[in-house]
Design a protein around this ligand. Structure first.
Ligand code: NAI
Length: 696
């Protein structure tokens, strides 16, 4: 094989030229791949002895699309561009065939679409996932695909960013032939067949997309405006409509313009940031040389809200679980909850009954702690009470097999103190699942001072095996997510005392993009947990610091959130919809008087600014203290655990888009106005002094 560039190789066999992309990990269409393909095509086209050209990938796949490592770098715009390659293929007087194995995604599929034919291995997956990164296919996908398979099928693929298997791709006309294994051999046979007959080469320029009966406006109106990638989805529909109404060249230019606008827009930048952040967060290189043993049996202690959800998360991943309670009634309650949750999924048609049975059978129930003896991993999810947890860990230390991981699901308590009651603190770790634990993907993996790397590594791998995104964090009050909530809620409470009502705060935050406002979230989580924490920490509250009395007054009125039918809102029996409540308003107004505050009109912008800056400022402290390994981990936690809008990229990325100097100035202004709880994080001050624009 001859090298055409660092990443593309050339070979001629049976009069057919083979261009092979070799650019790990995904054969992304970086500058050297593009220049190699361009050179190879030029050579093949000008050599009369070559009858056809095959483009194929090396390693795991054909091509995973653009080289996203080069996004927003000069290499991305270096010539030749993908469209130059596509033009060259169009000008070829011999068939150019894409030989697809593994996956053809995004720009990879667009390259294949520009070829005259596509031959795919049966196991291959094809798709245009760009909308998931807030983009549209920018290399002709929105224009060529509808011409090849019709606008309806193209809308299905592009707007949802879905991949389909080769068999389906063949059925809808996206690939011309499939083969079980050796795709290059199959493509060569296909090429020789095509060269032996006199059929003209297919040219999508000549084709109009089928689009009868499609109401593009209705499709646009049907999109979810709150979806993380709404702008991109809408743009994809627009571009497919353009494909139906103009010639290919005009459509390609229009698509390009839309693509560039999205690429430079904040939504796609944020989604691309999240894409990398989500892949970086789970990485943990254990220093132990031996491969960590996997986790094949689990015991969960406590069958409450969390314990039952955690048991389901393992059962869903085919891992047997012992669910252990201290009393039969609680165990029955937990078991009923599990049955009910699976039952709803079956009713919705998302799970069949036999699979539900298989999963529930994986959960064994017990009232004996001794049943945790043989588990590789024990997760404690009993009441949030340090003494109860310590007592349990003392007993687990005696019962559990050597090498078992002893985890606590505590949301705030000190893991070092829990570990200290055992003789094996190196095996004790926090696994902070989020509610509902069978649904939420985030898992804060909390390393204690003594937790071994081996145990951390096993937990990070286990988490990914059960479909979670693990983020490694350190021990402190509330770890990362809940620690940041403290400031966020504090501002919400102060805003109540200064003149707002819960519904105004929550509406403003939802408009900003939060899945739920802070006070609706507080009502849902239950106000007693925070109340207990405030009481626990009361002695440490600095005398001069303003205290949010309104939060206590609401609790003192017996309003503990949804579970008591009232909190910041009121709730009707069996209904979780928060309803504005004059009784809550009266408590809030009384708290304003108690604080000596004249209630004032507060704009939504102030609500958003104060709540979000509180998150950012605490986030910066967390990065500085090393409680999070990186700022982007905080973004993963907030997007996946707290409903922060992914299209804003999490609080730390959002701070960077605002500009760190602006963020610092706003925080300083709040400090002047509201006092020392707005002390800017030292890291933020330092980064601004050093002229840095990011936390990385
Ligand atoms: P819960 O009150 O719903 O359930 C606790 C269960 O533990 C009860 O069923 C109780 O009977 C059982 N239990 C108590 N002592 C026991 C013992 N010695 N042995 C076996 N079972 C025992 O509580 P929830 O909400 O499930 O919380 C459990 C833990 O998870 C707490 O540490 C909490 O902070 C944490 N957590 C809670 C979240 C939530 O949203 N509810 C989120 C993340 C963590």
């Amino acid at each position: 094989m001859n090298a055409l560039s660092d990443t593309v190789f050339f070979e001629i066999k049976d009069g057919v030229a083979l261009l092979r992309i070799d650019n790990p990990p995904v054969n992304g269409l970086g500058n050297t791949v593009r220049s190699g393909l361009f050179r190879g095509l030029m050579l093949a086209i000008s050599d009369a002895s070559i009858k056809a050209v095959i483009i194929a990938g090396t390693g795991k796949m054909f091509c995973g699309g653009a080289d996203i490592r080069q996004f927003n770098t000069p290499a991305a715009s270096e010539k030749p561009l993908s469209r130059d390659i596509q033009q060259l293929i169009r000008s070829a007087n011999k068939p150019v065939i894409a030989a697809i194995h593994g996956t053809a995604l995004g720009g990879g599929l667009e390259l294949a679409l520009a070829c005259h034919y596509r031959v795919a291995q049966e196991a291959a997956q094809l798709g245009l996932p760009e909308v998931q990164l807030g983009l549209i296919p920018g290399g002709g996908g929105t224009q060529r695909l509808p011409r090849l398979i019709g606008a309806k099928a193209a809308l299905d693929l592009i707007v949802q960013g879905r991949s389909i298997p080769a068999s389906k791709a063949q059925a809808i006309g996206l690939v011309d032939a499939t083969c079980p294994d050796d795709v290059i051999k199959a493509a060569t046979i296909f090429a020789l067949q095509k060269t032996s007959n006199a059929d003209p080469l297919p040219d999508l320029h000549e084709k109009k997309p089928k689009h009868e009966g499609i109401d593009f406006s209705a499709i646009r109106n049907g999109l979810d405006e709150r979806a993380r990638n709404y702008t991109a989805q809408k743009a994809a529909v627009d571009c497919i409509e353009i494909a139906c109404t103009t010639d290919l060249d005009t459509g390609l230019t229009a698509e390009r313009d839309v693509f560039l606008e999205l690429m430079n827009g904040s939504e796609s930048r944020a989604l691309r940031h999240m894409f990398f952040a989500e892949r970086l967060a789970p990485k943990f290189e254990s220093i132990s040389a031996s491969k960590p043993a996997s986790i094949t049996s689990v015991a969960v202690l406590g069958a409450g809200t969390m314990g039952s959800g955690i048991a389901m998360a393992f059962a869903n991943a085919d891992i047997p679980v012992f669910l252990i309670e201290r009393e039969q009634a609680a165990l029955d309650r937990g078991w009923n909850l599990i049955q009910k949750n699976y039952g709803v999924t079956v009713e919705k048609g998302k799970l069949d009954q036999s699979e539900m049975d298989r999963r529930t059978n994986r959960i064994r129930r017990s009232l004996h702690l001794e049943d945790a003896a043989s588990a590789d991993l024990v997760i404690e999810a009993v009441f949030e009470d340090l003494e109860i947890k310590k007592d349990l860990f003392r007993r687990l230390d005696v019962i559990c097999k050597p090498g078992a991981i002893l985890a606590t699901n505590t949301s705030r308590l000190n893991i070092n103190e829990i570990a200290a009651v055992t003789k094996r603190p190196q095996d004790v770790i926090g696994l902070h699942f989020f509610s509902p634990a069978n649904v939420m993907r985030l898992l804060e993996v909390v390393r204690g001072n003594a937790t071994s790397d081996n145990v951390i590594g096993r937990c990070m791998t286990m988490a990914q095996n059960i479909g979670k995104i693990p983020v490694l964090v350190g021990v402190c009050e509330g770890f990362v997510g809940n620690r940041m909530l403290t400031g966020y809620w504090r501002e919400a409470w102060f805003l109540l005392e200064e003149g707002t009502l819960p519904q105004q705060i929550d509406t403003a935050m939802k408009r900003f993009g939060m899945a739920m406002g802070p006070l609706t979230m507080a009502d849902m989580a239950g106000l007693d947990i925070n109340w207990a924490t405030r009481k626990r920490l009361a002695a440490m509250w600095p005398e001069k610091l303003r205290y949010p009395h309104v939060a206590d007054r609401i609790c003192e009125a017996g309003r503990l959130g949804q579970k008591t039918g009232a909190g910041y809102y009121r709730y009707e029996a069996g209904n979780r919809t928060p309803l504005p409540d004059p009784a809550a308003q009266a408590i809030i107004e009384a708290a304003s008087r108690e604080a000596g505050l004249e209630r004032r009109i507060i704009e939504d912008d102030e609500i958003v600014e104060r709540c979000v800056l509180a998150l950012i400022n605490e986030g910066a402290r967390i990065v500085e203290e090393g409680i999070a390994r990186r700022a982007s981990d905080i973004d993963v936690i907030y997007v996946h655990g707290y409903g922060f809008p992914a299209w804003r990229g999490g609080p730390m990325h959002y701070a960077e888009t605002l500009g760190l100097p602006t963020v610092l100035k706003q925080i300083q202004a709040l400090q002047t106005r509201h006092g020392s709880h707005w002390q800017p994080a030292p890291l933020l001050q330092r980064l601004v002094e050093q002229g840095k624009s990011s936390f990385a």
